[in-house]
Design a protein around this ligand. Structure first.
Ligand SMILES: [Zn+2]
Length: 308
């Protein structure tokens, strides 16, 4: 039995690979997950191929395939660049998957997939322009305009994590060295590990974002202070986005976006620092949580209104 046309989305993560089969209106038909054999490229291909075929066996039929991955395909070389799953760098991942799956495959940066998912039927649904922000192990971003990912000529549009933190204070300047080679990147201030590092500096204690949030809620001064500083830096970085792109909606995702504290007064702080008398920007938490990556990858073959 063959079902209605369906879309398969794959989210290739550093530790696990998730796959979803989605119906025409975004309904979940089936899901699969497997560990990512990150250091073995051939095994990564086989893992993705296996997940796709498993889903198709379960549903009966053949779907379109979109894949979200760390990094992007370089327009210059046709090979993956900028992936923190370093085994992918220098590989023609899209072409290899197309050969393996015997069909066209659309590949997109994972932050762009997150932004697309939230723009199509998440927190940014109905908005013309959406900036999706990942505040996780790393800091990334993606831009969606009129339902389409804006890739940029070098495929690095939205790589907000590797721009400098705006309006650094003397005690922040020049910032810590980022793996990209520069000092003071937004990522070195706003990633989950950066928050933990900052809290550690203030308190001498070790805690992850979730624990810092719990300690702040319990009234611990160092935890509250670390989160206040974090929120102030986030507001500056987002004001920079407003000044450059002025999107209708900014959607926050990644582990740090689960901390309620950072939303309190955030919009007012952004408004105060943006180059505008007032802002109508909506700054929202994501709707789809950890599923944003797979859902956005599936939507690479078109949103629900247009079909595939
Ligand atoms: Zn950097």
């Amino acid at each position: 039995m063959t079902r209605e046309p369906f879309r398969i989305g794959v989210d290739l993560g550093g530790t696990k690979t998730e796959a979803i089969a989605m119906g025409p209106m975004g309904e979940t038909l089936a899901r699969r997950r497997a560990p990512t054999p990150a250091h073995d490229y051939a095994a990564v291909l086989a893992t993705i191929g296996g997940l796709v075929l498993d889903l198709e066996r379960e549903i009966g039929g053949r779907g379109s395939v979109g894949v979200g991955t760390p990094g992007v395909i370089s327009p210059r070389t046709g090979l993956v660049k900028n992936s923190n799953t370093t085994g992918l760098n220098g590989r023609p991942l899209d072409k290899d998957l197309e050969a393996l799956l015997e069909r066209p495959v659309r590949l997109e940066n994972d932050a762009n997939c997150f932004a697309l998912s939230e723009a199509v039927d998440g927190a940014g649904a109905g908005a013309r322009s959406v900036f999706g922000v990942i505040l996780g192990t790393g800091v990334g971003g993606g831009i969606v305009v009129d339902g389409e990912v804006l890739q940029g000529v070098n495929k690095v549009a939205g790589e907000w994590g590797h721009t400098p933190l705006p309006w650094m204070t003397p005690d922040e300047f020049p910032g810590r060295l980022c793996y990209c080679g520069h000092y003071g990147c937004v990522e070195t201030f706003l990633s989950g590990p950066a928050l933990a590092f900052d809290y550690g500096q203030r308190s001498g204690a070790q805690a992850n974002g979730e624990e810092i949030a719990a300690r702040a809620a319990a009234g611990e001064a160092a935890a509250r202070h670390a989160l206040e500083v974090y929120r102030d830096r986030l507001s500056r970085a987002l004001a920079g986005i407003v000044n450059l792109l002025d999107p209708d909606v900014i959607v926050l995702g990644g582990g740090v976006s689960n901390i309620d504290f950072i939303y309190e007064g955030l919009r007012d702080l952004v408004e105060k620092q943006a180059f505008s008398d007032a802002i109508d920007t909506r700054i929202l938490r994501n709707v789809h949580g950890d599923s944003g990556g797979v859902r956005g990858a599936a939507w690479l073959w078109g949103g629900p209104d247009r079909g595939s």
